[in-house]
Design a protein around this ligand. Sequence first.
Ligand code: FAD
Length: 305
Amino acid sequence: MIYDTIIIGSGPAGLTAAIYAQRSEIKTVVLEKAPMSGGQVINTYEVDNYPGTPGISGFDLSMQFREHTEKLGTVFVNGEVKKFHIEDDIKVLTLEDGEEYRAKTIIIATGGVPRHLNVEGEEKYSGLGISYCATCDGAFFKNKVAAVVGGGDVAVEDAIFLSRVCKKVYIIHRRDEFRASKGNVSKLKAQANIEFVLDSVVEKINGNDIVDSIEIKNVKNEQTTTLDVDGVFIAVGYIPNTAIYKEIINTDEAGYIIADETCETNIPGVFAAGDVRTKKLRQIVTATADGASAVTAVEHYLNTL
Ligand SMILES: Cc1cc2nc3c(=O)[nH]c(=O)nc-3n(C[C@H](O)[C@H](O)[C@H](O)COP(=O)(O)OP(=O)(O)OC[C@H]3O[C@@H](n4cnc5c(N)ncnc54)[C@H](O)[C@@H]3O)c2cc1C
């Protein structure tokens, strides 16, 4: 069978694409490697910035998205896409069991995962004071003390953002200079409530029920210090799930599929939606917007065949 489109991934982008595809009567299947839909959202304790659902748990929001798509008749297959190639303009996806799925178009909505520090306490306090997304969770730390870990633009922007919400912000970076743009670093230096902790790495995150301190080591003099903090924002990079597409589809140096808000890639009939594509803001609302845009682009493409 040749589908009109195959959606890979059932996070916010993939599930929204499925809703739009069903309503457009596009013959679609969704391939999802996880046992449940929702992507990164499913493990999010609280989502307080998706319109119309203040304070909803990530699990409940994921279930609402999934139920909505199921109500419209979306077909889901549980399996991990392991290979991708193109035969005479038909896109062929192979699952881990060798089964092949073919379509005139595909929507890659495979998201990604934040890079971890892999230090003691990180797993235990994830969602209990540790966050990988200042835009998502910063508001929960109003008038508290937070630490941001990282030295790139995301870390620096997170620290500036948090300095407006928090009483005090530490920015911890393993080198003595930031990788972030000069403009961002100037803004960072202008914030009176941000303290720089340079040449330092986090060794351990402590707490009881929630985070209460972090242990850091200065890599130059080997001295260890403990900082009392309420929250730790880890911004040391993000790994997009694009490895199997890289040989065919253009990606940037960080691995994101190069596409704008039309979701079109360099390959006709291949679209990228959500966190997996190049963009400034990776949130549920921008991922769902992409899901809708990608299907519109699929419809235009199918009309040209
Ligand atoms: C801890 C945390 C908290 C967050 N909190 C918020 C918040 O409060 N508000 C907000 O707006 N945003 C929040 N975000 C960001 C938000 O979760 C993402 O922007 C959003 O989930 C992106 O959706 P997506 O559909 O593009 O990708 P994802 O959510 O990453 O979904 C991708 C899906 O693709 C599947 N997949 C991947 N590879 C394959 C494959 N090879 N084969 C089959 N399936 C595959 C995955 O299993 C997953 O289900 C948070 C992120 C994190 C990490």
